[in-house]
Design a protein around this ligand. Structure first.
Ligand SMILES: [Zn+2]
Length: 218
């Protein structure tokens, strides 16, 4: 679905399988965020085809964090497509992936771009990378200032927040990360699962509701 100018969301709504939402920015450059599970990538392919694009045309494919329902789809991309993951997340998975039983698509997975906290210019598009640990130690959120759009991965959802019981999860860190995000000027919140939130009021209400309710449980 089209969310805003150049911004599309492929929202996963099939209850029979867990998978992340994928977002597509029809730049240039062409950017895919959280390509999802590899075996479910067919849906992304279909959605792109509906917009007359093919996966191999993507310039950049990035994952907000390294859980398989966000990251796995990255493994099938090859140069010249650039794959990207947070620097801290990459360091973490190198150390722990084997132990945690995550499929890293073979020994050789190495992102082409490691994202650090700060400004990120991709072609003419300007983003801010925020390192937001808590759900996963090196999770990143991506803020697209021109659209006031925030890609949150599994940090915060519509009426919920990311679980903290997976390797490297930390409830206190997650609260701090969510507080940081709540301070941004956001009109479109694009979570890794569930429905998109549109409108500044609705986004702020969601931040408040999540803090008031869920912060008591983590
Ligand atoms: Zn996750």
């Amino acid at each position: 679905m089209k969310i805003a100018e150049q911004l599309y969301g492929f929202i996963w709504r099939d209850p029979r399988a867990n998978n992340g939402n994928t977002y597509f920015i029809a730049g240039p450059p062409l950017i895919l965020i959280d390509p999802g599970h590899r075996h479910l990538f067919g849906q992304v392919e279909e959605e792109l085809a509906r917009l007359s694009y093919k996966p191999e045309q993507m310039d950049i494919v990035l994952a907000t964090h390294a859980h398989p329902d966000h990251l796995e789809g990255l493994f099938q991309f090859q140069e010249p497509t650039v794959t990207a993951l947070g620097l801290e997340e990459y360091d973490f998975i190198k150390k722990t992936a084997r132990r945690a039983g995550w499929d890293l698509g073979g020994e050789n997975f190495e992102p082409g771009l490691l994202l650090k906290e700060g400004n990120l210019k991709l072609g003419d598009l300007h983003f801010r990378v925020l390192t937001t640990p808590g759900h996963s130690p090196g999770s990143i959120c991506l803020y697209w200032e021109d659209r006031k759009a925030l890609f949150t991965g599994d940090v915060i959802f519509n009426q919920g927040l990311g679980r903290t019981d997976l390797p490297g999860g930390d409830g206190e860190m997650l609260k701090l990360s969510i507080r940081r995000l709540a301070a941004l000027d956001v009109e479109i919140l694009l979570p890794g699962h569930g429905e998109v939130i549109i409108g500044k009021e609705a986004v702020q209400t969601n931040f408040r509701m999540v803090a008031d309710y869920w912060f008591n449980y983590i």
